[in-house]
Design a binder for this molecule. Structure first.
Ligand code: NAD
Length: 292
């Protein structure tokens, strides 16, 4: 069984980006610049944004973190995004989700200039993805493709079962795996909360992508021997014995599923780190599209 190590694969992606950025700076060009907006102080969001900023620094990118209080109005947030849209020194914009309930995520995503939408959530970018046109691939599915590529996992002709149909992970993942791209050409089954025979479908899968946000949901009796298991789930589960008072759990019961799998991602240390690699690649792409 092969452990698909997100730390190693992300480091390899970042090494290339770092060299490309150093080359630009050597020529007197500015470095790619990512702006992140964080509304409120959700603990998990704080961690994700801090990690994105740190990874920008490590790669030689510029980053700007804009922190807004939890009671920020929707119009103030939209104005903040507009000013970043209009700022030529900003290449990529991300708004950390989830947002407070009084703000429409849909409006926020639609306000980001699609040319700076490095999370790849804007409807026009999703439309391009569906049509196989150049676009920003949503960071988590992009990270998974990069991980599969890093480990030379063949996907062509395989049956992939994706659990979860969210706009940011499951649905774009299902589209990409079925697309005619190097890490695609699968026959894909997209499962969700109304899928009655999930276990039967998973048992037929050569590749399982678990993205439902239910800790340790995928158990050994649901996977066939030799399957490739991609665990996207990240849930904080309270645990008084842990230093921080919680542990991070994936959607897969790792210790039971791993012995049956041919390859599997750990949580933490798998898809999460690759998501940042995908985001950084999109940011450099935005820079090349808009300023290159
Ligand atoms: P979401 O809540 O938006 O969507 C969950 C999906 O799972 C829904 O489509 C729902 O239909 C499906 N689902 C729920 N219960 C189900 C069940 N019993 N059987 C089958 N399907 C079921 O979640 P999301 O934003 O896609 O995130 C999913 C998980 O991935 C979460 O744990 C999240 O924290 C994690 N995540 C990780 C990364 C990363 O970088 N590793 C990035 C984004 C999300």
């Amino acid at each position: 069984m092969l452990v698909l190590d997100g730390k190693l694969a992300a480091a390899a992606v970042k090494e290339v980006l770092k060299a490309e950025t150093a080359e630009l700076v050597k020529k007197g060009m500015p470095a790619p610049h990512l702006a992140a907006i964080l509304v409120g102080n959700n603990g998990a969001s704080e961690t994700y944004v801090a990690s994105k900023v740190k990874n920008c620094e490590e790669t030689g990118f510029e980053s700007t973190l804009i922190r807004l209080p939890v009671d920020t109005t929707e119009s103030v947030l939209l104005e903040t995004i507009q000013s970043l849209n209009n700022n030529p020194s900003i290449d990529g914009i991300l708004v950390q989700l989830p947002l407070p309930k009084h703000i429409s995520e849909e409006k926020v995503i639609e306000t980001i200039d699609p040319r700076k939408d490095v999370d790849g959530f804007h409807p026009s970018n999703i439309g391009r993805l569906v049509q196989g046109l150049p676009t920003f691939i949503p960071a988590t599915p992009y990270g998974i493709l990069l991980l599969l590529a890093h480990y030379n996992i063949s996907t062509k002709g395989k049956h992939a079962v994706v659990i979860g149909r969210s706009n940011i992970v499951g649905r774009p993942m299902s589209i990409l795996l079925s697309s005619n791209i190097p890490q695609g050409n699968c026959t894909v089954t997209l499962c969700h909360s109304h899928t009655p025979n999930l276990k039967e479908l998973c048992l037929q899968a050569d590749i399982v992508v678990a993205a439902l946000g239910k800790p340790e949901f995928v158990t050994a009796d649901m996977v066939k021997v030799g399957a490739v298991i991609i665990d996207v789930g990240i849930t904080r589960v309270e645990d008084a014995t842990a230093k921080k008072g919680f542990r991070i759990k994936g959607d897969v019961l790792y210790q039971d599923v791993a012995p049956k799998a041919s390859a599997i991602t750990p949580v933490p240390g798998g898809v999460g780190l690759m998501t940042i690699a995908g985001l950084l690649k999109n940011t450099l792409q935005a820079y090349q599209n808009n300023r290159g």
